[in-house]
Design a protein around this ligand. Sequence first.
Ligand SMILES: *Cc1c(COP(=O)(O)O)cnc(C)c1O
Length: 199
Amino acid sequence: RGRLQLLFYPDYNVSAMELICPAADLSEQISTAGKEASGTGNMKFMMNGAVTIGTLDGANVEILEAVGEENFFLFGLTVDEIPAIREHYDPQAIIDNDRDFRRVMRLLDNGHFNHFEPGILDDVIAAVRNPDDPWMTAADFRGFINAQEAVGVAYKDQKYWTRMSILNSAKSGRFSTDRTMQDYNRDIWHLNPIVPGDK
Ligand SMILES: *Cc1c(COP(=O)(O)O)cnc(C)c1O
């Protein structure tokens, strides 16, 4: 209704990414800590001026380091916190203790989002409630909602948001191929670089 458009872009590929990436204001990088090896989509969004809402996972860690916490919407458990919490991880208790989470689960359970495809979300619902869920998704729910609310407030302050956006682009140089190759060479390959033009 003139407020929010949700688009589904079929056949996602690099040509699509060339359009999506510069158009994005917010980059949602919500893999739970320890589960994403790196992520490169997050770097592409950063270079193109999107601000990241994300966990301390993969290359989000380096993005956060580059831009600082004031220019990044951080949420979720850290890798160090996970083992202790996993021992008594009880997603149903987390759901029961959070009004919003209860409402979300009720809608999912009622088939609100899949009237015409009954059962299609059952695996997702079961994964959220599974005490052995390797991703411990439920543990990050409240943090994600809070971070998303902070995003909503920040986005209304256009000057502040624009500043964050510019700083994200400006700090993205560390993800250049040149810097990456130089690091690999210094730490692993130990090759003599060839200066272009030298024989
Ligand atoms: C960047 C990109 C990926 C990889 O995205 P990740 O965030 O690193 O998982 C996959 N497909 C396309 C088309 C891309 O542009």
